[in-house]
Design a protein around this ligand. Structure first.
Ligand code: CS2
Ligand code: MG
Length: 405
């Protein structure tokens, strides 16, 4: 079964998505997600100019050889653009193999380890009260794990809290350039411990709570936050500090028993190797789209498993429904699966483009037995939503210093 053609689509049904369609000479095709938020066109061009010409005529069944050819066979390894492109091809080839075998991808990985996939939902609010009201709504909908994020009083904007803006396009106005957001660690500490104290007082201990720091703290500050949050029993604290220097997590780890999660920006196993093998984290959050596809995530999951680290794939709205479908197959299989981030199945516009076969019930996702990834892409509908330039915000301290995020 030879690869006949590969098409790349960039569409924007509320967010920009880069979708790859690998078509074979037996007319079975597969879909992959190559979305890199704020750098979408770089990946699309990289695919079209550099990768696709090398793939036409290859056997679509050779998933491993094609992965190695694109990763090891190329002098320039790793990198966000490169790995997103490899990931999309890899996902599409798994989709094709599943369709050819008439089996869902999770069967090819080894079958189900569980009935359904547990999720955590997001409660984002302008005030603590408002965040907790949203938490209550999610609990009423059946979610058993919720990530709480609240605007920091005294700062102009807090990431993830859009105020009166409908989305990031509206936040950027007619001037699509990176919005800037202030950060103050002191002001954040004044709010965040109170948020979790009030959440536990209101909801008790039968609900999982999580929090994303977006890497804004220095390691010793993360250690302090982890200690202060211990009484509120978080499922995990995400991206407490940057771990480009993976050793810095030792500082956090030696001070607190609050479980730690990281990985949504990682491109390869090498970005988290020391974190995992030294058991400095509890959850690895790599995404199939950004860390090299299903082939790479399966390898990271197995490596994590022998070090008691669970998987918790990134599930933000800038990963397309194709990536979400790929995560569901990995999650239902991985013996060391922890939890999946979930922000809904997308808006009415993206639902016209992507049709999935998943069902949501009581805070869990159930997979169908549709062959491959179980997702369809409507090329004609996608054309109605052309690409719109968009950026993630940049973070600065109150004195103007560019800060981590
Ligand atoms: C966030 C993301 O979902 C998360 O955990 O960190 O919203 C992240 O900021 C975006 O995916 C960036 O592209
Ligand atoms: Mg995050």
């Amino acid at each position: 079964m030879k690869i006949k053609e590969i098409k790349v689509f960039v569409c924007s049904p509320g967010r920009n998505f880069v979708t790859v369609k690998v078509i074979t000479d037996s007319d079975i095709y597969g879909l992959g997600d190559a979305t890199l938020n704020g750098r979408e066109i770089a990946v699309a061009t990289y695919l079209e100019e550099h990768l696709i010409p090398c793939l036409i005529g290859r056997n679509a069944h050779d998933i491993e050889d094609i992965w190695q050819y694109l990763y090891r066979g190329v002098y320039w390894r790793k990198g966000a653009v490169n790995m997103a492109a490899i990931a999309a091809i890899d996902m599409a080839l798994w989709d094709i193999k599943g369709k050819a075998a008439n089996m869902p991808v999770y069967q090819l990985l080894g079958g189900k380890s569980r009935r359904a996939v547990g999720l955590y939902a997001h409660a984002n609010g302008d005030t603590i009260e408002n965040t907790l009201d949203k938490t209550e709504e999610l609990i009423d909908q059946g979610f058993k794990a919720i990530r709480l994020q609240c605007a920091v009083p005294g700062l102009n904007v807090t990431y993830g809290v859009l105020g009166d803006k409908a989305d990031y396009f509206e936040l950027q106005g007619n001037r699509p350039l990176p919005p800037e957001e202030e950060w103050s660690t002191q002001k954040y500490f004044n709010m965040v411990v109170d948020l979790f104290a009030q959440a536990r007082a209101r909801f008790g201990n039968n609900i999982h709570l999580l929090h994303d720091v977006h890497s804004r703290l220095m390691p010793i500050e993360s250690a302090r936050l982890g200690k202060l949050l211990e009484p509120y029993n978080l499922l995990f604290l995400e991206d407490a500090s940057i771990a480009e220097n993976q050793d810095s997590y030792k500082v956090i780890r030696q001070h607190t028993t609050t479980p730690l999660a990281i990985g949504e920006t990682y491109n390869t196993i090498w970005d988290c190797k020391e974190l995992i093998q030294n058991q400095l984290i509890d959850y690895i959050r790599v995404a199939a789209t950004h860390a090299g596809g299903i082939t790479a995530l399966r390898r990271i999951a197995d490596f994590a498993s022998i070090h008691n680290v669970k998987t918790a794939p990134h599930g933000a709205p800038d990963l397309s429904p194709v990536c979400f479908a790929a995560h569901m197959h990995l999650n239902i299989w991985a013996p060391n699966f922890g939890i999946q981030e979930f922000v809904g199945f997308g808006n009415e516009h993206s639902a016209r483009i992507f049709q999935h076969t998943l069902t949501l019930e009581n805070g869990m996702v159930f997979l169908s037995d549709a062959p491959g990834l179980g997702i369809e892409f409507d090329e004609e509908a996608a054309k109605e939503y052309p690409y719109k330039r968009s950026y993630l915000p940049v973070s600065r301290l109150e004195d103007g210093t560019v800060w981590h995020w």
